[in-house]
Write a protein that binds this ligand. Structure first.
Ligand SMILES: [Zn+2]
Length: 270
């Protein structure tokens, strides 16, 4: 495995526009509960799962009821998003932030809604499925920090007068078009894509690596590297160039160490 880590470091140093894609795998290492695992929220609570499927429609029909449910004031809600805002980033998040600070990684595009990349120090983060840190207006697209609202009077209202929902993209809800466009633009622009902690099965996010791969390999093409506990469809279909199999919180810090060594050697030669 160490050979592959050295390879990844060397590919990162050689890249001009690297981006990172992240999924649930990187956050479960911080203790963010998953949904569909053996002890997942929906595996153990079918009512919560049923509610999750109706959430977007609930907001459209009755924004006040949506907020009461989200904040746990009625039904089986438990203000899960508030709990999520209290989780801390792990070495995997810090490694990605470090690669951005070194000028190597230009964007992190994440499926996670927890905001841990920012907490680790990443500046350029796209939240493909929204974030629990923000509220969003479906009417005008504005986003606001959750701290800007007391949430005593529900629903919170946008400057345009329409009710706000969590920025988090619920089932049945379309991916916000600004994020979708920006992510596709990066997939078409990057020369290296580091795919971390995602099984790459949730669409349209999972289409981003294939989109990058369609631009070919080699000098003019894209290098796609996976870091994941298990092989994924990207591995099996040959979309990624290689997989570093392991926990992101263990692999990524070693990759950063190797990148540091290579950059140090470079400086010596200059
Ligand atoms: Zn608005």
């Amino acid at each position: 495995m160490h050979d592959l880590i050295e390879q990844a470091a060397s590919d990162l140093v050689a890249s001009n526009h690297a981006i990172v894609l992240t999924g649930a795998g990187i956050s479960t290492e911080s203790g963010v509960p998953d949904f569909r695992g053996p002890k997942g929220i929906w595996t153990t609570n079918k009512q919560a799962e049923a509610q999750a499927y109706q959430r977007y429609e609930r907001f459209l029909n009755d924004p006040k009821a949506y907020w009461e449910e989200m904040l746990g004031t009625v039904g089986s809600g438990s203000d899960f998003y508030r709990q999520m805002r209290e989780v801390a980033p792990n070495p995997g998040h810090h490694a990605i932030a470090r690669l951005e600070q070194m000028g190597i990684v230009k964007w992190a595009i994440t499926q996670n809604v927890d905001g841990l990349h920012e907490k680790a120090g990443s500046q350029n983060v796209m939240h493909y499925h929204g974030t629990v840190e923000k509220l969003r207006c479906l009417s005008c697209g504005s986003r606001f920090g959750i701290g800007e609202f007391s949430l005593e009077k529900l629903p919170p209202l946008c400057r345009c007068g329409r009710p706000l929902k969590y920025d988090v993209v619920h089932f049945q809800e379309p991916i916000p078009s600004d994020i979708m466009d920006a992510a596709e633009e990066e997939a078409m622009k990057c020369d290296l894509m580091l795919v971390c902690g995602t099984s790459a099965v949730v669409y349209p996010f999972a289409a981003l690596p294939a989109m990058a791969r369609s631009r070919g390999r080699g000098q003019s093409g894209v290098k796609i590297i996976e870091v994941n506990a298990e092989p994924t469809p990207l591995t099996h279909q040959g979309i990624s160039d290689y997989l570093i199999q392991g926990k992101t919180g263990e692999v990524l810090p070693v990759v950063v160490d190797e990148v540091n060594k290579l950059m140090g050697q470079r400086r010596k030669h200059e």
